[in-house]
Design a protein. Structure first.
Lengths: 343, 295
């Protein structure tokens, strides 16, 4: 078996969630340069919530999209530079800016049921000569028929690739298998999978996705990403090599990048703790984690209660403002039980 | 007096028909016609059932009718670009509910009085109508350096127009936050949520202010909320202003009046309610002027 798998490294985009969006352009350039030398196919960069993501809602980064694009585009030799855009947050102007800096891959991310908000952006990406990827977030939240319908929409807009994206790290292998298989049968474009490790299933899900026909899989060094992070790029590369897949990744070099370059820049270790585990259990957007921890502290609550409630309310990606809303309501309803209010 | 000013609606879609029911209750406006371009349109049928003239011959059927003084355009940005010059030439005042943004941006609770002499008035976006007044209030009380709003609406209440022009929503709303809200810089985010039953429109307003005086800000926000409630009864502050250093957060929700559209679609209701508030005010003024000329 010599099937070629494209590894899309998202340390510098999804990993920004874990870094509270605080990598500097120099950090990014250094990591990107080393990822490129290690043979990574595509390197996605930017704010965790994509182009235009720097905000009160998602957290400000100290630098602009342009600063990051400029820094990284100047160091890449072989790897393709990728950006993520969530319609409703970023705009076509941001995509044009990325193209100016040589971005070659545009991932247009919508909620699993809302692909049509990305039609314009997919078309623009193609017009700008980029590879266009329809990125269906929170894939666990809709039935298979819906997933298939939305994947076909992205294909009809001209996307080159469609992703089954497990933004909440809530899917189990069988679900990923069925999802990718059904999309595989319905579209003729390539399929990708983006996993999160909240249930310790990111690597397993990535492998299952490949077995079911995915040709692109995402990873991040040390697993750095929202919630409990992503599939660990260096582990993925090693396992794929053992299984006989081709990735063009130099195994020692990618391990070095993870341990020697990325690890020292990590503000917190990337683990599955009670809160990230709850994200996977409740099926809520991975980047809610740090916001929920802050709200829990502010309102004197258990972050897990906030996360579970957010799951019950079927919140989607990007609804970070619901965290304060829910925390406030929980606080109000629990008022009598809190010792501070009994005096 | 008993006299009313005659008005027409172009575009018998969801927005147009919701507006129709609102105008039917107006003190100052009389809805003369609803026009569209699709003969079998459900909206035109509803107009007829309510005793209102309906035509599928589009704008042609009202141009030249000098009795119609005010026209609400509830079509889309592109058709409005064609409609605007025709209506102007015909001397009609147009209240534009599309994102075409030819005329001045107007939020009834903030800057309506300044624009009553203009022939084209733009209603910005639903998110803009819900959040710009709050930013304007905070700006007056505390000086807003940066305003950011997040509008979350149910997927069901986001029509094709919104979906295919989602960038227009964010860019137009952001401009409105600056021009009318008074923020030095504005940013807008829109999120669609497909949950069933559909969620009520909710908005979060974040601002960075110069003088974070908690009491002044809270008073200003509550006062503005009352003003908005006078024309959008389902407008509510969910969490009182949270002041965190120089950051002010206000969470609000907008429940629709349920005239034609379901109550969850507060985003559509606030547009039609705001347009209606402007139309009513214009009509009131035109009537006062007519009465002065008579006496």
């Amino acid at each position: 078996m010599n099937k070629q798998i494209r590894i899309v490294d998202t340390t510098l985009r999804d990993g920004m969630h874990a870094a509270s969006h605080q990598f500097s352009p120099d950090d990014m350039a250094e990591i990107a340069k080393n990822l490129d030398q290690a043979g990574i196919d595509t390197i996605e960069i930017g704010h965790g919530d994509g182009l235009g993501g720097s905000s009160f809602q998602y957290g400000f980064s100290s630098y602009s999209d342009e600063d990051y694009l400029k820094a990284v585009s100047s160091v890449l030799k072989n790897a393709k530079l990728g950006v993520l855009l969530l319609p409703g947050i970023g705009t076509m102007k941001d995509l044009e800016l990325s193209a100016c800096y040589g971005a070659k891959v545009a991932r247009i991310a919508t909620h699993i049921t809302e692909a049509d908000v990305g039609e314009q952006h997919i078309k623009l990406a193609k017009a700008l000569g980029m590879e266009a990827v329809g990125f269906l977030m929170m894939s666990h939240m809709a039935p298979l028929e819906k997933l298939v319908e939305q994947a076909k929409l992205f294909e009809s807009y001209g996307a080159d690739v469609v992703y089954v994206t497990d933004s909440a790290g809530a899917m189990v292998p069988e679900e990923v298998l069925n999802a990718v298989k059904n999309v595989r049968e319905a579209v003729s474009i390539k399929i990708g999978h983006h996993a999160h490790n909240n249930l310790s299933l990111a690597l397993a899900n990535s492998l299952v996705a490949i077995e079911a026909g995915a040709e692109l899989v995402d990873g991040s060094c040390k697993g750095m990403g929202a919630g409990a992070g992503n599939t660990q790029t260096e582990v993925l590369a090693v396992v794929l090599a053992k299984l006989g897949y081709k990735t063009n990744v130099d195994l020692y070099r990618i391990m070095d990048v993870a341990d020697d370059i990325v690890s020292p820049k990590m503000a917190r270790s990337q683990v599955i703790d009670k809160n990230s585990l709850t994200i996977g259990y409740a099926g809520v957007y991975g980047s809610f984690l740090l916001h929920a921890l802050r709200a829990a502290e502010k309102y004197g609550l258990d972050a897990r209660d906030i996360l579970v409630e957010l799951g019950k309310r079927k919140t989607v990606g990007g609804q970070e403002d619901m965290i304060v809303d829910v925390a406030y309501e929980l606080r109000q309803s629990q008022k009598v039980n809190l010792p501070a209010d009994n005096n | 007096m008993g006299e009313k000013i005659k008005a027409a609606i172009i575009g018998p879609g969801n927005i147009g028909i919701d507006l129709m029911y609102k105008i039917m209750e107006s003190r100052f406006l009389e809805l003369d016609a609803v026009v569209g371009i699709v003969p079998e349109s459900e909206g035109l049928k509803l107009a007829r059932q309510n005793g209102i003239k309906a035509s599928h011959e589009g704008i042609r059927s009202i141009i030249g009718n000098k009795e119609i003084k005010i026209v609400f355009d509830a079509t889309g940005a592109k058709p409005h670009l064609t409609h605007a010059p025709l209506l102007k030439e015909d001397g009609k005042i147009v209240i534009d509910l599309t994102p075409a943004a030819i005329g001045s941006y107007v939020v009834p609770s903030v800057n309506m009085e300044e624009h009553l002499n203009e022939l084209n008035i733009n209603m910005i976006t639903c998110g803009g109508q819900a959040t710009i007044p709050i930013v304007a209030a905070i700006n007056k009380a505390a000086g807003v350096k940066y305003a950011e709003i997040v509008a979350t609406i149910s997927s069901k209440s986001a029509g094709v127009g919104t979906r295919q022009n989602i960038d227009e929503f964010t860019q137009t709303t952001a401009r409105g936050l600056e021009i009318i809200g008074g923020a030095e810089r504005g940013k807008a985010i829109i999120i669609l949520n497909p949950a069933e039953p559909p969620i009520i429109m909710r908005d979060t307003v974040y601002t960075r202010v110069e003088n974070p005086d908690s009491e002044k800000i809270t008073d200003a926000v509550l006062e503005m909320t009352k003003k908005i409630q006078s024309y959008v009864p389902g407008y509510r502050i969910k969490v009182p202003p949270v002041i965190d250093g120089d950051k002010v957060t206000v969470l609000l929700e907008v429940e629709g009046a349920g005239h034609y559209l379901p109550k969850y679609s507060g985003n559509l209701d606030i547009m039609t309610a705001a347009a209606m508030a402007v139309g009513d005010r214009l009509a009131e003024k035109l009537l006062a002027k007519a009465n002065r000329e008579l006496s």
